[in-house]
Design a protein around this ligand. Structure first.
Ligand code: 5GP
Ligand code: MG
Length: 173
């Protein structure tokens, strides 16, 4: 196996800053913005995006976390903490956040989970890495980096809730 670095800590920080600027651009986010990290990989990115959005706007967005196990159509459910969403969803702009977008099945499950909790004004999708190989019609609205992969490759995302020199995206084949 070989390992290649695809994003350095600096590149990740720049991607997060760019995504945060894009997230706050649409006018509808004034009505309420809720970032939802998909457990477990999306949690750290959701925290990083939330604090960056806070720096840009002067107020922190609402932040929540989603466990989509119950909504999956495949058998990859793992033991994860329950969902934690304290704000109302109805009327808000919800941004789903995940580390890697692959087949699209996790996002499809997340859309079902959110729909059970209320009726958002809009739902958008932010991912750090889009590795291709989609099996459903799902696309990211805010994408850190597009990294075409083969099925046998795996992307390792090392991301802390606060900026760290150890942050990195690598690929192993
Ligand atoms: P999908 O459901 O789109 O097939 O896969 C996306 C989900 O699986 C995400 O929640 C992500 O955390 C995880 N995932 C899929 N492929 C990879 C990968 O190569 N690396 C990492 N870190 N997570 C992946
Ligand atoms: Mg995941």
């Amino acid at each position: 196996t070989r390992r290649r670095v695809l994003m350095s800590s600096d590149e990740i920080e720049r991607a997060i800053a760019r995504m945060a600027h894009q997230i706050v651009e649409p006018e509808d986010v004034q009505e309420g913005l809720l970032l939802i990290g998909i457990r477990r990989g999306g949690e750290a990115l959701a925290r990083r995006l939330a604090s960056k959005v806070g720096e840009i706007r002067g107020t922190l967005p609402d932040l929540g976390f989603l466990n989509v196990n119950l909504y999956r159509d495949d058998d990859v459910a793992r033991e994860l903490p329950e969902s934690e969403i304290r704000s109302t969803i109805t009327g808000q702009t919800v941004v789903l956040v995940d580390d890697v977008l692959y087949t699209g099945r996790t996002v499809r499950a997340a859309l079902d989970a959110v729909t059970d909790l209320g009726r958002p004004r809009a739902i958008r999708l932010a991912v750090l890495v889009d590795r291709g190989l989609r099996e459903l019609p799902v696309q990211g609205d805010y994408v850190g980096k597009v990294i075409p992969t083969s099925r046998r490759e795996h992307i390792d995302v090392i991301l802390s809730a606060q900026r760290s020199d150890a942050d990195a995206v690598t690929v192993t084949d």
